[in-house]
Design a protein around this ligand. Sequence first.
Ligand SMILES: [Zn+2]
Length: 241
Amino acid sequence: MKLNGNTLKARVNGKNIQFNEHLKIIANDDAAQSEYAPGVPDANVLDDKSKIDLIERHFAEIMNILGLDLSDDSLKGTPHRVAKMFVKEIFSGLNPDNKPKIRLFENKFNYNQMLVEKDIKLNSYCEHHFVPIIGKVHIGYISNGSVIGLSKINRIVKYYAKRPQLQERLTQQIANELKKVLNTEDVAVVIEATHMCVTMRGVEDENSNTTSSSFHGRFLNNDIKNEFFTYINSSTRLINK
Ligand SMILES: [Zn+2]
């Protein structure tokens, strides 16, 4: 990767990519579109190391502008730490390479009732303020012949959560992915979350939280929906934490 004037050129996976000074892609010999948002080029055009190097440089600039002393022992590693955290951890769901590979099992025992996995830990980030959204995700589905490994549901939640997000979009992305991999419309997703941009800044409301839902197929039926909510609201815990 090299900088020519205001243009950055990178050759990644055999493709020539050019960016302007604001790192917008201006030429790409593969017009790949991201699933993140229509019209946004695929986040995979830069490799992780290039992303970390560039973010480190820009984050150091932000710290400089704020008046922080980057020669200070405690601060000098911060730009690299933040860049690495963005790329490898909290925004790793922007990289399609990190999408979980899903293996399904045949529903040999003909289990035809709903399956509910509730209280899946949610750590995401508000795309308007880049501060955490913390909450719980509840998932329900009715098998259409295949069964998904339970931990894969957590992995799908994690993949879409590790992006700058909107709770509404996150809810739909999880539901759409589950419908796709399970090959069924019968999917329900409910998210309850606290947004740090509401609790620690702005109106500073500590008590509010936000619920969103995405119901499909048989979960649009009120009886099925109520059954799902009964499971979510039950306080049964096999292991006390
Ligand atoms: Zn926000």
